[in-house]
Ligand binder design. Sequence first.
Ligand code: SAH
Length: 343
Amino acid sequence: MKDIKELTLKGLEEKLKSFGAQAYHARQIFSWIYKKAALDFGQMSDLPAGVRVKLKENFYINGLRIIKRLESSDGTRKLLLALKDANLIEAVIIPVKERVTGCVSAQVGCKWACSFCASGLSGFKRNLTCSEIIDEVLYLKKESLPRALTHLVFMGTGEPLDNYAQVLAAVKIINSPLGFNIGARRITLSTSGVIPGIQRLSGEGLQVELSVSLHAADDALRSKLMPVNKKYPLKDLIKTCKDYSARTNRQVTFEYILIKGVNSSLENARDLSRLLSGWKLAKVNLIPSNSISELKVEPPPRSDILLFKGCLVKHGVNTTLRRERGEDINAACGQLRLSYAKQ
Ligand code: SAH
């Protein structure tokens, strides 16, 4: 049994011909999979029954299994998925007004072990393949029906730029009119600050969004929170991001989760303003941290969050404040997998 998604349109046309079937069914099959999230050949009602049987005998559509599905009171849904080798990954769907955003994992576990993130707690296991990433998107697409999946972010478990080739291959399928047809500007790659990956991405000629998880604006604090900073310190990271936006003419979003007593003081806000001031293509997205008791992470009080934001705005930094979502279903990165492992 083979994964049918590994075939190109041309490849599938050839395969159909070898079954004695018409090549044009390949487009129908692509449409069933990527536009309607059909996970079973039996659903493909406009294919001749014989073709459906042949397909079933030779291929599968999705290699993942849903282990658990959680739904938050705010509509956020989280899927815990098992890979063929029994490793677990998470994918989330977040409907907000007219948008439906899917969030996918790029790796099993994560090697960077940020101090506030549940994903790194059990270390790094392996990269996901392009096909596995597309499987996640397929489940999310199915989950969002009848609404369209409008946005996709690589903000689940793992570091997408450490799994560059597979992630980029997946981005191309997510973006392709024959695939999920999600516009490049609606696809976000989020990185903890892996400089070589950002440099490589700047040369791809893609219009995807780049998010950099910053979370601290001085090296001592950032290295404490994010070990990646020891390898790629702030000065180099900011220079790389400036080069990226100069080369691509794209904005860079800096994610900054606010953690009580750690990085959310006015002094921290001033450091952040200083780091980014005068750079027009930089944007800060403030996110109150999701509580993770194992890591003693909790958000600061609302008043501190607003003071922090006010300081950035006063210094002319383009700032948004994101509402935390799915808090009641452990939607923060790696949390579901963690709670599952504890059971
Ligand atoms: N490795 C990539 C992508 C995965 S993390 C990166 O670091 O960007 C996706 C986002 O979730 C990051 O911004 C990360 O910092 C954030 N995150 C991790 N733990 C969190 C928590 N406890 N609360 C809120 N956001 C968290």
